[in-house]
Design a protein around this ligand. Sequence first.
Ligand code: GTP
Ligand code: MG
Length: 419
Amino acid sequence: MLDNAEVTVIGGNGGHGLVSFHREKFVPKGGPDGGDGGRGGRVFLRAVDDVYTLERFRSKKKHVAGDGGNGGPSLRTGAHGSDLTVDVPAGTVVFDTEDGAPLADLKSPGDTVLVAHGGRGGWGNKKFASSTNQAPHYSAKGQRGEELRIRLELRLLADVGLVGLPNAGKSTLLAAVSNANPKIAAYPFTTLEPMLGVVNVGYERYTMADLPGLIEGASEGYGLGFEFLKHVRRCRVLLHLVDCTSPDPVTDYELIESEIHAYDPKLDNVVRVIAVTKADEDLEIAKASAATLAKHVEREVRVISAEDGTGIDALNTTLMELVRVAREEAADEPPEEIPVLRPPGQERFGVHVIDDQLFEVEGRRVVSFVEMMDTDMEGADEEIARRLERWGVIAELRRAGAKEGDQVRFGEVTLPFIG
Ligand SMILES: Nc1nc2c(ncn2[C@@H]2O[C@H](COP(=O)(O)OP(=O)(O)OP(=O)(O)O)[C@@H](O)[C@H]2O)c(=O)[nH]1
Ligand SMILES: [Mg+2]
């Protein structure tokens, strides 16, 4: 199962603004009427419950929203670019690849996060008109869509997670109590990937996750377990199964617990239910090994059989109760501190001295304004100068030591400084 994928999400580009002048028969001088470009489409990720893996992202690495349309004459605004919604399995956590920061935790179906903004549409020449500049011959280009590399990590969410040695009977139990149909066989490592089942208890239900068996060293990467120990982290309750026919149930139990602890000591706090399985093989032996184990762990150990149903109803009732309590506790707690949306970009600007003839201006609004201006158009340079003056950028550059003729970088554009 692919449970990690890296993809690039790209918002659509904004449409370009238009330079146009109103023309009508017998009207000698029409005003500017170039419309604005439309906004580029956005990229969303949405959790759904009918996709279970990140498999499709193995081949599809780029997800691009639609571009905005260009502005038209008669103040026609270009169409918005179409948004793109990418479906991911519920339980997907999204990280920024570059700095590893978590961006969103898409836990439940319907959870949605915006991962790439579309570029803004460029202004048409009409927007630049003012009382002192009534007929601008320039317009702005559309802003490029945002591009972001993200890592998706699928973390299975389950109310109850099954842990135990290979062959302990985990899959058999899941098959007996839920709607799931896992592979079962009399050899270890039958289960190669986690599987989720729904268990009905009266009017309530909980989910149970069958996990690959753990072996000694799993926490260091041996066997299949390690990959999936991270799923254990997202279970509310753990059901630890021990094969009653094992010659040494205490050692079996300790081995698993120490691997879980080595993986993450916080997992010690997850509520446990312990049961010895396969009681139908020999009820006396099962009871004896449960008693030995109970003495060792100083708590209750249940005796069950997925084959003949021994102890299963009582086990389900207990699990349902524990899950109910854990859910209530989770509802009281604030959700995991993963922001659902990135904080908005810095709106203020800053000036940096790169060397004595090169300066850099940072700040989303200022930079994207300059980037969007088409300096080949008549009057565009003056428009840039006017706005930079008004926003205080020129003054700040002067304070930083900029002189006539020095270069100033705004994102992808470098302009000569005009003091
Ligand atoms: N008699 C008896 N046999 C059982 C019981 N539960 C499981 N078994 C048998 O034990 C063997 C292993 O069962 P699985 O359910 O595949 O065990 P697992 O823990 O999922 O094993 P892995 O997936 O390899 O980790 C199979 O041959 C099952 O038929 C039980 O309650 N009674
Ligand atoms: Mg199994």
